[in-house]
Design a protein around this ligand. Structure first.
Ligand SMILES: [Zn+2]
Length: 104
C-alpha cells in the first residue's frame, strides 16, 4: 500500500479511482468522511487515494496527470501548491508568491 494523492472531495476520489481502474491500477480510498449529511462539508478530512501495489506508482502518476489536465479549467476551491517551488498559494492568486510561476 502506498499513499498516493489527497483528493479534494469524495467525488474527485471516485473519478480518480475509476480512471486508475481503467489502466488496471488498483487503488482504494481511505479517510473518507462517510457520516456527514448530504451537502455538509467536512473541511478536516479529505479522502486519500492509496495504491494497492507500490509498483503501480509510475503509471498511476501518469493517469493522475491526465486526470488533472482533463478537468483543467475547473477552479479549485482551496489553496494550490506551486509545481516549481512547492509553496502553498491562496486560491485567489494565480501566480506563486514565492517564485512567480503562473498557475496552470
Ligand atoms: Zn513557486
Amino acid at each position: 500500500m502506498l499513499k498516493f494523492y489527497e483528493a479534494q472531495d469524495s467525488l474527485e476520489a471516485r473519478q480518480l479511482i475509476d480512471a486508475l481502474a481503467a489502466h488496471n491500477v488498483e487503488a482504494t480510498v481511505l479517510g473518507e468522511y462517510l457520516s456527514g449529511a448530504a451537502g455538509e462539508l467536512s473541511a478536516f478530512n479529505f479522502p486519500w487515494i492509496w495504491l494497492i501495489n507500490n509498483n503501480d506508482l509510475d503509471l498511476a502518476q501518469t493517469v493522475l496527470d491526465g486526470f488533472l489536465a482533463s478537468r483543467g479549467s475547473l477552479p479549485k476551491a482551496g489553496p494550490w501548491v506551486c509545481t516549481h517551488c512547492g509553496a502553498e498559494v491562496d486560491a485567489g492568486f494565480d501566480i506563486c508568491w514565492q517564485c512567480g510561476l503562473q498557475k496552470k
